[in-house]
Design a protein around this ligand. Structure first.
Ligand SMILES: *[C@@H]1O[C@H](CO)[C@@H](O)[C@H](O)[C@H]1NC(C)=O
Ligand SMILES: *[C@@H]1O[C@H](CO)[C@@H](O)[C@H](O)[C@H]1NC(C)=O
Length: 378
């Protein structure tokens, strides 16, 4: 089907800013807190309220911290949602959000972090607090009558915040000419936008027809001028095969971008990049599916061809329908004929069990799509 492309773009600063994509911060709860904290490693814990502005602002920095300390076995970077796990937060005397505390190895005696809330400052705090005395040894001393020499060995982390590579496509005059593109240049606002923008890229990573890009309007003044970019940041949407570009004036939260792309590009993704329960569903087939389910075995074949034909037609429509969806419809119809009436329910349960395991994004897409379509037969 014809899907649209999107190029939303912004400039220089975004590339320099690191942003964490994966969630490397350990989620602590009432159930697991005591098992994870105060045990065999030191822990930095953020006590937060998800709705609170200062917590939202800290979140990308904290995720960056989590990503950078991922490999440091002696330290745990964790967070507790105080809305959900009140008892943990009150036990640690949390009064304002966010509260960040260091709990050393083998201790539940917290030390509050009072520094600036940046990944770098937090890393320095953890590197300092995490130092521990590993062992002390008496050293041979040439003047034993005077004093004893002791050598001590310390361990700890020396983690620096790594600048993670950005996944945003970078544009220049050459690749711009070949494709179609939007841009904005970052000043102050880009700093706040960058982590969200990276998450948008991640959410649509598996959609080949959706491209999220960025153009340095300082470097490419001619293009900026051509597209009437005067304020920064400017976001533009370019549908497939159309270089005129539309202004994007929507909200700048992850969900705003995702909704916009879902609507304009016919995708069905959520902010985490997973297919939503709407993917593959074709409301126009509802009535046929009902006929199919109700029909006797002989009539089923006739309805089958009808649905197959309709699905084929919809391939080129604007309805939210992944290209792979058409084949999945066909396979399901065939299996229904072969395997009988309880196939949709049984297969759907089997898929759910697989989805509950940790599987690749491609497999998750495949199973979700099939499960969505099966749901219309149940
Ligand atoms: C391209 O997009 C512009 C802006 O949305 C629109 O006005 C124009 O009609 C589109 N052109 C084509 C060929 O679709
Ligand atoms: C598109 O994204 C929004 C925001 O994440 C979501 O609520 C909506 O269900 C998505 N649309 C489809 C068709 O999946």
């Amino acid at each position: 089907m014809e899907k649209s492309q999107i190029w939303l773009a912004f400039g220089t600063l975004a590339l320099l800013l690191a942003s964490a994509l994966a969630d490397d911060v350990v989620v602590l709860t009432e159930e697991n807190f005591d098992g994870k904290v105060g045990q065999d490693r030191g822990a930095l814990v953020e006590f937060y309220a998800p709705w609170y502005g200062h917590c939202k602002k800290l979140s990308p920095e904290y995720e960056k911290l989590g990503a950078s300390f991922k490999k440091a076995k002696s330290v745990l970077i964790g967070k507790v949602d105080c809305d959900e796990h009140k008892s943990v937060c009150s036990k640690y005397g949390v009064q304002g959000y966010p509260t960040i505390q260091w709990l050393p190895k083998g201790s539940l005696e917290p030390k509050k972090f009072e520094g600036p809330r940046t990944a770098e400052a937090l890393a320095e705090f953890v590197n300092t607090e995490g130092v521990e005395l590993a062992e002390c040894r008496l050293m041979p001393n040439p003047h034993p009558q005077r004093f004893t020499k002791v050598a001590c060995c310390f361990t700890g982390t020396n983690v620096k915040i790594a600048a993670l590579p950005s996944n945003v496509v970078v544009l220049n005059a050459d690749n711009f000419a070949q494709s179609w593109v939007g841009f904005l240049r970052g000043v102050a606002t880009v700093k706040n936008l960058a982590p969200t923008y990276e998450k948008v890229v991640t959410a649509f990573k598996t959609e080949e027809d959706v491209v999220i890009a960025n153009l340095d309007a300082d470097k490419h003044k001619d293009l900026a001028e051509k597209y009437g970019v005067s304020g920064y940041p400017t976001l533009k949407f370019f549908p497939k095969n159309n270089k005129s570009g539309e202004d994007y004036n929507g909200g700048r939260d992850l969900d705003d971008f995702v909704s916009f792309i879902n609507e304009t590009c016919g995708t069905s993704r959520d902010g985490k990049g997973q297919l939503t329960s709407k993917a593959g569903i074709l409301s126009s087939l509802d009535a046929h599916v009902k006929d199919f389910v109700a029909a006797g075995n002989e009539e089923k074949k006739a309805v089958f061809s009808k649905i197959e034909g309709e699905a084929e037609k919809l391939k080129g429509s604007t309805e939210s329908f992944p290209v792979a969806g058409c084949q999945v419809w066909k396979d399901i119809l065939e299996s229904c004929l072969e395997k009988g009436a309880d196939y949709p329910k049984k297969e759907s349960e089997r898929l759910q069990r697989m989805l509950d395991k940790s599987i690749s994004p491609a497999k998750a897409d495949e199973f979700t799509l099939k499960k969505n379509i099966l749901s219309t037969f149940i």
